[in-house]
Design a protein around this ligand. Structure first.
Ligand code: KG4
Length: 331
């Protein structure tokens, strides 16, 4: 079965073609327009999706060497996300499926991140703890089986990626700052500043205090010092953020009695963070997984995989009266 995946929940336009579990093509057009604003401008995001989606559809068919007629199913992100962005992908998917007489399924974006792990990590099987770390979410839950999830913790304020992007702006980096912060941190001293390791009660996360701590540290420095110590500041900040994620994951693993942990979402692409997780959990015989980098962040292959799974289980198309749902709940 060939599935077309469409992901337009935020600022990346992504289309993929999957044959079973094999990725035939997985394309993503990042919207550079937002970098000058230091964050995503929703209205501009929807307009950019409209500009990119049709050329990307032609390109994905070409790269996969697949004809339009051979697509059996369309899977599209239904929510959560920005309504204008979601609508672009959703309306495109429904219109295409309706005109071609093909089935379509709308799926949850966050559940898609979990399926990126199932798609790429062959040894990952249920049950496992999942930590989604992205620009909009820091979410910890136990995945007991397909569709059977137990929420454990989430962000109380800024998501991990959001904090990274905001600290990036403080350091004069372009949005999204994650990859650049990682490059700086690789060359820096993580003990330069001992930032707080945020730990709100329970299994929740909070990063606004850490972000403010970076702001205050920068206020104490001269402009020259900020430039000279950029690597050290990035390394110290990333180390504090990673430690707090490790602390909460560690508690959650104990609570669930689980021995497998999946890291997914854009921030999971960070090698420093991933390696620190592995170092921490290896002696405890806990396996840490993450999908390959291009599947960590938002992408349509994970949406196609989740959609094909749901369709094979239920055997029916979604109703064409369904609507995109920017606030859809997960888990
Ligand atoms: O999952 P994602 O592509 O989009 C959503 O937010 O849903 O995640 C994007 C986030 C951004 O905050 C970006 O700065 C961060 O992931 N990111 C990284 C890295 N690559 C992307 N953060 C740290 N290190 C990276 N290498």
């Amino acid at each position: 079965m060939i599935t077309l995946g469409i992901e337009t929940s935020c600022d990346d336009t992504s289309l993929a073609l999957l044959s079973g579990r094999k990725i035939l093509a997985n394309l993503k057009k990042e919207q550079l327009i937002h970098s000058k604003f230091g964050g995503v401008v929703p209205e501009l995001a929807s307009r950019e999706h409209i500009r990119y989606i049709v050329p990307l559809f032609d390109e994905v068919l070409k790269q996969a060497n697949v004809s339009e007629n051979s697509i059996d199913l369309v899977a599209v992100t239904k929510g959560p996300g920005l309504i204008g962005s979601l609508l672009t992908g959703y309306v495109f998917a429904k219109s295409w499926a309706f005109c071609r007489g093909k089935p379509y399924v709308g799926v949850n974006h966050l559940e898609g991140h979990l399926y990126a792990g199932l798609l790429d990590c062959e040894e990952l099987d249920f049950p496992f703890l999942t930590l989604i770390i992205s620009g909009g979410n820091t979410l910890l839950f136990l995945a007991r089986d397909h569709g059977d999830y137990l929420a454990l913790g989430g962000t109380r304020d800024d998501a991990a990626g959001e904090a990274i992007d905001k600290v990036g702006t403080m350091l004069g980096l372009k949005y999204p700052a994650g990859p650049e912060i990682e490059k700086l941190a690789e060359k820096g001293n993580s003990r330069f500043i001992s930032f707080p390791r945020p730990s709100p009660p329970g299994l929740d996360f909070s990063y606004s205090g850490l972000k403010t701590a970076v702001l205050y540290a920068l206020k104490e420095m001269t402009e020259d010092e900020k430039i000279e110590k950029k690597n050290d500041i990035a390394a110290s900040f990333l180390s504090a953020l990673t430690d707090s994620l490790i602390m909460k994951s560690s508690e959650a693993l104990k609570v669930c009695g689980c021995i497998k942990l999946l890291l997914t979402g854009g921030v999971a692409a960070n090698d420093l963070l991933f390696n620190k997780f592995k170092e921490e959990f290896r002696p405890k015989k806990i396996s840490v997984f993450r999908p390959k980098k291009e599947l960590c962040g938002d992408n349509a292959a994970m949406i196609a995989y989740l959609g094909s799974f749901i369709y094979c289980k239920n055997g029916e198309s979604d109703d064409f009266s369904q609507k995109a749902d920017p606030r859809s709940k997960f888990p």
